[in-house]
Design a protein around this ligand. Sequence first.
Ligand code: PMT
Length: 400
Amino acid sequence: MLSLTNKRILLGISGGIAAYKCGELTRLFVKAGAQVRVAMTKASTEFITPLTMQALSGNRVALDLLDHEAEGAMGHIELARWADLILIAPATADFISRTAHGNANDLLTALILATSAPVAIAPAMNQGMWGDKTTQSNVKKLEEKGFLLFGPAEGDQACGDVGIGRMAEPIEIATKSASLFDKGSLAGLNFLITGGPTLEAIDPVRFITNHSSGKMAYALADEASAAGAKVTLVSGPVNVRASNLISQIDVTSACQMHEAVMECVASADIFIGVAAVADYRPAFPAKQKIKKVEEELTLRFVKNPDIISDVASIENKPFVVGFAAETNSVIENGKRKLDSKKLDLIFANNATETFDSDVISAIAISSHFEQEILPGNKNSVAREMLQIICDVMEKKNNTA
Ligand code: PMT
């Protein structure tokens, strides 16, 4: 059940057809216990009336930058200070562009410049407009400024097109808003997670790698963050995206991943090594593209640093969790890695089933127990894994 008790949400509505969903969104916020105030652009009043929004929110709707009824005629500053969260839904392409460029020529853009509260946007526009390079670069600018992105969703559009661009459903936006305030069961814990493959250069255009998609690591990062943890994700090159709440460090090679992890590990309570790190890298990557001259080509490899082993050997080490994807003797090999790498816990899984799949099953193994995790999608399994991590960590702390 959604809980937003006494949270002050300022809903900014810009002028798009999806504005009609703001009635339902406001109803969900109010039902969850939030105080809601609404600010609308002139264009948005063509799609939903201020009177409707006033009736649903229980508050007068702000429409103008200069508000004669507000104290000191500075309505935008009062609202900007009042809000715990500013949510712009729908956020049109024009609104996103003006905000990305720091404009303050109407009430909503001025509010955003003035506030110190978190700002979330729920984009809504035609799929072509969403895919346009300028829109994408504007969205990127806002994300870099720390704006949260709720959606957009994919599907049928009011204009008849099908694609990415429709506003996320009110329940999804309300849930994401609530999760920003939800301290959660992992609140106060810092997670450091590695994910994805590493790429090891052979020459400037070639590399060796593996089939890791990053899905498992990103699921763990998203679920830990949704449960209130602060998460840093060190990721090899993948096509999945993490939630905006996660601080992500992108790397390419095992050596870069090692360096990034070692820089962050001091503040981690829990380290989870999900990445499929290359054990070896070409000893002498060619400076120029290797030409097809010889009949045979021999590459020499050198060992990469073992990231998780190095984490497990530092003083004041975090709780260290590994993964082992094995093609045979899954449990035996998992146990061997648990011991040799001095891990607190390992999730052994079947490599032929888990790489790049949406589904995973695993065996959780620690020095004193084994537990089977039945097949499920990576997000539901991630929640189960996080529960096991907390249980084993608690037992370890109690016996220390
Ligand atoms: O990314 P997905 O497509 O979702 O797939 C998920 C997964 C199969 C990658 C994941 O479930 C998994 O099992 N990851 C570990 C892959 C593996 O077999 O790692 P390993 O056996 O080479 O290493 C064991 C542990 O040591 C792992 O925690 C690994 O991150 C770590 N390691 C390994 C080598 C190295 N140089 N440094 C490390 O930290």
